[in-house]
Design a protein. Structure first.
Length: 150
């Protein structure tokens, strides 16, 4: 069974905010980062719908938070700025984190899976038997973490 993401469970409209942690604490120690402070603050804020996090290839945290409205998101950012400024010696939040915000007004995932009409792989580079098996049983491929071609 494939676990759904927070975004798949939400019903639009909502606001999605992607946050990239630009720095760790000012001394480079393994203490909390500005994004840690924002993430810990989010669940207590009005309009918070959920959060997902991961590490990028540079070991920086990327978080996606979901909010009922832009107003709720803005209130979280304002409270976060105050907290980051207090903990990190008057640091501006824009020095610590980078944000991308989108208003989601329609369902993100279509009800019917998208499928290409023509084969994407040229004849001379056809996959080996293992790839053919995964294409026949895509659920197995996905479970094992492989991408497959249909």
């Amino acid at each position: 069974m494939k676990l759904k993401t927070v975004a798949e469970e939400l019903t639009p409209p909502f606001v999605a905010a992607i946050m990239l942690d630009l720095i760790q604490d000012k001394n480079g120690a393994t203490g909390p980062s500005p994004s840690d402070e924002l993430v810990s603050l989010a669940p207590s804020r009005e309009g918070f719908l959920g959060l997902e996090t991961t590490l990028d290839s540079g070991n920086r945290w990327i978080s996606v938070s979901y909010w009922r409205s832009r107003k709720d998101y803005n209130a979280w950012i304002k409270a976060g700025q105050e907290r980051v400024s207090t903990i990190f010696d008057d640091m501006d939040l824009s020095q610590a984190c980078k944000f991308r915000v989108s208003e989601v007004n329609e369902t993100l995932y279509p009800e019917k899976a998208l499928k290409a009409g023509d084969r994407a792989i040229p004849k001379q580079s056809q996959p080996n038997l293992g790839h053919k098996v995964f294409n026949v049983f895509p659920a197995i491929a996905e479970f094992l973490g492989y991408e497959h071609v249909r």
